[in-house]
Ligand binder design. Structure first.
Ligand code: G3I
Length: 304
């Protein structure tokens, strides 16, 4: 393949990117998007604060724009994210207990119903585990509604859009550590009890403090062995030149070595599109030129 999407497709996988809908008027951005990618994730436009700014008043304008662009250009859509402790609308941040639980479930149901049939996979729950050594849940207003909030969200999403794959998505779970052990135990428990879960997303935000782990592939594999698909959902790697290129290639090779690692998404197109305040973590420079990391990623896909 001569593009990321085409090369990934030859292995039965997708290659996606996060998209900021307000950049769809930038011709350089859209040119790269339409040429290289066959999956898109809304960077912010499908989150709770964007889609339900006031309780029970839903706004799908930006999310729908992304879905239309994807459909018109032969791309699929990953939905991101139905339930998360961040980017909640103010009204939800001020809620607790049963009222918050019901508001969250209503949100999951409404949004998943609106997009029914149009989403390849939903990040149903995002970032619910704590950093550090506990392996437990992160404290949040959602967690304080009861430990079963995650499975309740997954059941609501399945009922609303039975055709979408339902994923749990998190960061710092890319290698085997206390946090990924906690997620692993949850997925094992969900599978044992028939809670609907189809996939686990590994965000894979890497930098010098948190490089591509040596046991990345082994960690992905142990999740696949539980009976879920895995996907790399928000890839970016700080750095430059050949060391960054090597790291990207390691990530691609780890995914391609696992048949049920079904796709890779980078978290933005050009370095200047990145959520990171500074740095050069993506595959295209600020002018839209291909970096060494682009070439190593494409070569690794074509070798797979
Ligand atoms: O939309 C407002 C705008 O009205 C306002 O003028 C402006 C001024 O601050 O802020 C705008 O909102 C910003 C939004 O991005 C859209 O640009 C928020 O402040 C900013 O916090 C938000 O950042 C996003 C971040 O999630 C929020 O947690 C990033 O774009 C987005 O890349 C990032 O993505 C997350 C994933 O969803 C989950 N995993 C980690 C990843 C990186 O942090």
């Amino acid at each position: 393949g001569t593009t990321l999407g085409a090369a990934a497709a030859e292995t039965g996988r997708y290659f996606g990117t996060a998209v900021a809908v307000n950049k769809l008027s930038d011709s350089v951005y859209v040119g790269i998007l339409n040429r290289e990618f066959n999956m898109v994730t809304a960077e912010n436009e499908m989150k709770w604060d964007a889609t339900e700014p006031n309780q029970n008043q839903f706004n799908y304008t930006s999310g729908d724009r992304l879905v239309s662009h994807a459909q018109a250009n032969g791309m699929r859509v990953r939905g991101h994210a139905l339930a998360w402790h961040q980017q909640q609308p103010g009204w939800a941040q001020n809620m607790s207990g049963t009222a918050l639980r019901n508001a969250m479930l209503n949100h999951v149901t409404q949004v998943a119903t609106h997009y029914r049939g149009k989403i390849y996979a939903w990040d149903v729950v995002n970032e619910a585990f704590a950093d550090g050594g506990s392996g437990g849940r992160r404290d949040s207003n959602l967690q304080r509604t009861g430990n079963d909030w995650i499975e309740a969200a997954f059941r609501a999403a399945r009922a609303a859009d039975p055709g979408a794959k339902l994923c749990y998505n998190d960061y710092n779970t890319d290698g085997q550590n206390a946090k990924s052990n906690g997620v692993y135990a949850m997925v094992q428990d969900f599978k044992a009890r028939g809670v609907p879960i189809d996939c686990v997303g590994f965000q894979s935000h890497f930098n010098s403090q948190s490089p591509v782990p040596s046991d990345y592939q082994a960690n992905l594999q142990r999740f696949v062995n539980l009976g879920v698909e895995v996907q790399i959902t928000e890839l970016d790697i700080e750095g430059s030149g050949s060391s960054q290129a090597d790291s990207y290639s390691r990530v691609v090779r780890a995914c391609l070595a696992i048949s049920r690692c079904t796709g890779i998404t980078v978290w933005g197109i050009r370095d200047t599109d990145s959520w990171r305040a500074s740095g050069t973590p993506l595959l295209f420079d600020g002018n839209g030129n291909k970096k060494a990391a682009y070439t190593s990623t494409l070569n690794a896909l074509n070798a797979g």
